[in-house]
Write a protein that binds this ligand. Structure first.
Ligand code: CDP
Ligand code: MG
Length: 173
């Protein structure tokens, strides 16, 4: 596998409350040849939510966005594949729910979005955003270790999928 890229995928709180939807999305992730480098569930706090969405501060939807992101736990996935950012955003579909339902009804947001705010999932929009966002959500993620020691195992497919934990684990041998 060439040019493995990382992206941050978040399952937003309303989706985490729907186990069937969550499983459907997990299946789509696997079917789209992503590797799951990290996987976890966590409640965001106000400070991190503000940092995460700082580019949207002052917009009309900012308060309702924060309220919805703080309404329950998120599922957090660090996904890897070539062009991970573009492919994950393609799987998600358009940001706005009516556009998603109309233009791309089988996309994640087309299928599971409830409103422009509760639009099921998040995906980074550039490599710089992915790094910034992973640092906020998973402060222990070690980018040096990933680049130096871990990435090569994923590139050479020396990983095993653990479906219970929804993660690919490195086959150190
Ligand atoms: O998430 P994405 O990158 O597709 O869209 P964004 O423009 O970066 O907006 C971030 C989030 O703000 C969206 O995912 C929505 O949850 C929310 N939003 C909203 O509530 N109302 C809008 N009109 C636009 C975005
Ligand atoms: Mg965005």
């Amino acid at each position: 596998m060439n040019k493995l890229e990382l992206t941050l995928a978040l399952m937003k709180p309303h989706l985490v409350k729907n186990p069937i939807a969550l499983q459907t999305i997990r299946n789509k992730i696997i079917a789209s040849n992503f590797k799951i480098v990290r996987s976890g569930r966590k409640m965001l706090n106000q400070e991190d939510a503000e940092k995460f969405y700082e580019e949207h501060k002052g917009k009309f939807f900012y308060n309702r966005l924060l309220t919805s992101m703080l309404s329950g736990p998120l599922e957090i996935y660090v996904l890897a594949r070539e062009e991970a950012i573009r492919y994950w955003r393609q799987l998600m579909g358009p940001t706005k729910v009516y556009k998603a339902q109309f233009d791309d009804p089988s996309s994640i947001r087309g299928e599971f979005g409830l409103s422009d705010t509760r639009n099921a999932t998040h995906g980074s929009d550039s490599p710089e955003s992915a790094i910034r966002e992973i640092k906020i959500l998973l402060p222990d993620f070690d980018f040096n270790k990933w680049n130096k020691d871990e990435k090569i195992y994923f590139e050479n497919n020396k990983v095993t999928f653990n479906s219970n934990q929804f993660i690919h684990q490195i086959d150190y041998k």
